[in-house]
Design a protein around this ligand. Structure first.
Ligand code: A3P
Length: 288
């Protein structure tokens, strides 16, 4: 149990206009100066796009399907979230990453313009996972309800407006996905879609394997697929965040492994909200 966490709420600050926890903004220089290593693998996502799923897939690929090794630690320890600065005594993402032996798998939710420059200078391989914005919004709403170190999301209607305005932690979904998408030709970025992972996980796992320069048998890949299925991860304490205290993630409000489906937005969006949202999409498509 983390002492003093019962009523803890992070306040939010901004870096280059992106809303971020102020604990992170306070140590921005140390995050920005983070030293990547050439053999790092960076998993970059907008929050709730399927980060944890990809973290487990990449880890199992590097461990060549060895399940025992993949169970060595909870996901947030074996794949440090580089910009996170949790309440003490929990270590920051930078502290965890600096102590790790190579090859490291690291996670970020930064839009590309905030990623520590050394990742791009050192040509680190990046696996970017994108998920449709509507499902991201729903998932993020429940996540902000249960995550006691992020602001309370308020009502669904107010959250809808805040999300569209990019006024949520880690900023605008639109800027994030478009920013990374535009960088695909310039850097070593594998762009994966959550919806494709749902439709044909083997196909997407194989893509990631090839990108990482590995060659695993079909049998090993099948096992990775099985171990990273929604149900298996929901039951796995190393993946489902149940090792975090309730004072941080209150899973009685909403489980971290919530639904894992495509199209849950249809049970949340009103007809009017859907029209407003689609207008925003159109605007994005026209601009880019
Ligand atoms: P839902 O809230 O829609 O269920 P992140 O890891 O980026 O925080 O994303 C969490 C979302 O990914 C949650 O979405 C979670 O259920 C879903 N997810 C995690 N593991 C998954 C898996 N193996 N298969 C499908 N969805 C998964």
């Amino acid at each position: 149990m983390v002492k003093g966490m019962e009523n803890f709420q992070f306040t939010m600050g901004h870096i280059e206009g992106v809303s971020l926890p102020s604990t992170l903004c306070d140590v921005w220089d140390s995050i920005c100066n983070f030293q990547a290593r050439e053999d790092d693998i960076l998993i970059a996502t907008y929050p709730k796009a399927g980060t944890t799923w990809m973290q487990e897939i990449v880890d199992l690929i590097l461990q060549e399907g060895d399940v025992q090794k993949s169970m060595r630690a909870p996901i947030f320890i074996k794949v440090p979230f580089i910009e996170i600065v949790p309440p003490k005594p929990m270590p920051s993402g930078v502290e965890l990453a600096q102590k790790m032996a190579s090859p490291r798998i690291l996670k970020t939710h930064f839009p590309i313009n905030l990623v520590p420059p050394s990742f791009l200078e050192k040509k680190v391989k990046v696996v970017y996972v994108a998920r449709n914005a509507k499902d991201c919004m729903v998932s993020y709403y429940y996540f902000q309800k249960m995550n006691k170190i992020l602001p309370d999301p308020g009502t669904w209607d107010s959250y809808f407006s805040a999300f569209l305005a990019g006024d949520v932690p880690w900023g605008s979904w639109f800027d994030h996905v478009i920013g990374w998408w535009k960088a695909v030709d310039k850097h070593q970025i594998l762009f994966i879609f959550y919806e494709d992972m749902i439709k044909d996980p083997m196909h997407e796992i194989r893509k990631v394997m090839k990108f990482l320069g590995k060659d695993l048998s079909d049998e090993v890949l099948e096992n990775i697929k099985y171990r990273t299925s929604f149900q298996a991860m929901k039951e796995n304490p190393m993946s489902n965040y149940t090792t975090l205290p309730k004072a941080i993630f209150d899973q009685t409000i909403s489980p971290f492994m919530r639904k894992g489906t495509v199209g849950d937005w249809k049970t949340h969006f009103s007809v009017a909200q859907n029209i407003i949202f689609d207008e925003e999409y159109k605007w994005v498509k026209v601009l880019h």
